[in-house]
Design a protein around this ligand. Sequence first.
Ligand code: CA
Length: 226
Amino acid sequence: MRILLVEDEEGLSNALVEIFKKNKIGVDAVLNGTDGLKYAESGSYDAVLLDIMLPGMDGISVLKKLREEKNNVPVLLLTAKDEVSDKVTGLDAGADDYLTKPFSTNELLARVRALTRRKGDIKDTSITFGDLTLSKKNCELQTQTGKAIKLSLKEFQILELLFENPHQILTKEKLIEKIWGNDSNAEYNNVEVYLSFIRKKFENLNATVRIRTARGIGYSLEDETR
Ligand code: CA
């Protein structure tokens, strides 16, 4: 899971980034509305946390622009104001939820989880493809015969993308963007290293599921028995 945080109070932004990291939620943080829009338009996020009062472009304008562009990323508005009119304006402009500052860490995490769940119920449980099941709860791969193997966070995130989009080629660029973030220094060989770890685990499980390499393009999840 990866979220975008658009918040101009640096202290608060830094604190929130720490909280998300601690809870294994990938996060990119930007400090103004203009950057917020640009990042959100990339389509790389499972949710956007958007402050209303922002330099450059205010949160409501960012939100309106995204919805105009048919971008349906879940948006949680953050604001210092506790005014009903703000809430109505925000929800009217296409926000999915609303959180008034100050808020507790637990409240924030609960809201973010609820928002990202909204995209589909399978998000929260496990996904089966071929003879393998990716268990989100246990962060592991399971076979139908009951064998299981633990995954590192990065391996899990890569597999989550592949299992959610089987038979589709995911480019290395997309994987890097989704898993390491736009600003990361991750290189293409980072992806290759993790892919080789994952393939070893498939082998250890004697799986018929394979990750096929589309040379120079990316990877796709396939089932060899089909
Ligand atoms: Ca602000």
